[in-house]
Design a protein around this ligand. Structure first.
Ligand SMILES: C[S@@+](CC[C@H](N)C(=O)[O-])C[C@H]1O[C@@H](n2cnc3c(N)ncnc32)[C@H](O)[C@@H]1O
Length: 257
């Protein structure tokens, strides 16, 4: 699937930027086409266009759903924040090991957390970097964006190379869950993510590693009825409408030896 991805632009004045991006991602630069998946540089943002996708997909932290969640998302009382352990006076540092479109990370950064986003898929990471770049100078968001940093890295590889002094309080993971429902009900951006990134077959290994590294807790987001990752039973779970957050509380003291 990712073999046929090319980089393009809808404006000749952006050719040189698109060519640079193609070079960085080791992808061909090509004219716009409806036949294959393309990363398209436009005047406003970088977007993914794909056959059968309908509207292009890009990430926007300034407007749309992310902005709506920022205003009406429920603050520190929302299930995600509770699962992470956010309380009055407690604002943990977080590594989001499976950043995806950065929605959960943006919620947590809005609530004051310093958060490192790891995304191994280079196309999704490109959209994330672009969205952060565009929001950096936004007067309302600059503080939030300054708390977010994105790395196009595999989390297992990244976490394994961390120095103990840089271990985060919390590691958050939201691995791709095999979708049982291939109908239109599955949101098209999630379908694209599935197509681009494929299933996450190493979640169990990632969870085991994360539990050795996070100093306070690991939180795993799951569909409500899904089994625990690797049958590892959490200390507790926090549920919302369709989602469950499995919380693994840390018992190892990393700095005692
Ligand atoms: C379901 S999505 C996450 C959605 C995200 N929580 C959000 O709010 O947009 C899972 C993402 O994690 C990425 N991923 C899975 N395993 C990873 C790993 N070991 N290292 C880095 N990224 C990983 C996949 O490429 C995919 O983009």
């Amino acid at each position: 699937m990712t073999d046929s991805i090319t980089v393009s632009t809808d404006s000749p004045s952006l050719d040189s930027i698109a060519i640079k991006l193609a070079h960085k991602l080791a992808l061909p630069f090509s004219p716009l086409s409806r036949q294959n998946i393309q990363l398209v540089v436009t005047m406003d943002h970088i977007e993914i266009r794909a056959p059968n996708l309908g509207n292009p997909i890009y990430i926007d932290f300034i407007q749309g759903k992310n902005a709506h969640r920022r205003q009406f998302g429920g603050g520190r009382g929302q299930p995600l924040a509770k699962a992470i352990g956010l309380k009055k006076g407690v604002t943990p540092t977080i590594i989001d090991a499976t950043a995806g479109f950065g929605r959960d990370a943006f919620v947590l950064a809005n609530l004051g957390c310093e958060i490192t986003l790891l995304e191994r898929n280079p196309f999704i990471a490109t959209l994330l970097e672009d969205a952060l770049f565009r929001a950096t100078d936004n007067a309302e968001l600059s503080d939030v964006i300054a708390r977010m940093s994105v790395h196009n890295r595999d989390a297992i590889n990244y976490l394994s190379s961390l120095n103990e002094l840089n271990y985060p309080d919390v590691i958050y993971m939201d691995p791709m869950y095999p979708s049982r429902d291939k109908s239109a009900l599955v949101k098209k951006d999630m379908r694209l993510l599935h197509e681009l990134a494929g299933p996450d077959t190493d979640s169990e290994q990632l969870l085991t590693l994360a539990r050795n590294i996070a100093t306070k807790r690991v939180v795993v987001k799951r569909p409500k009825s899904a089994p625990f990752v690797g049958e590892q039973k959490p200390a507790t779970s926090i549920e919302s409408k369709n989602t469950r957050y499995d919380v693994y509380i840390q018992t190892i003291n990393h700095f005692s030896v």
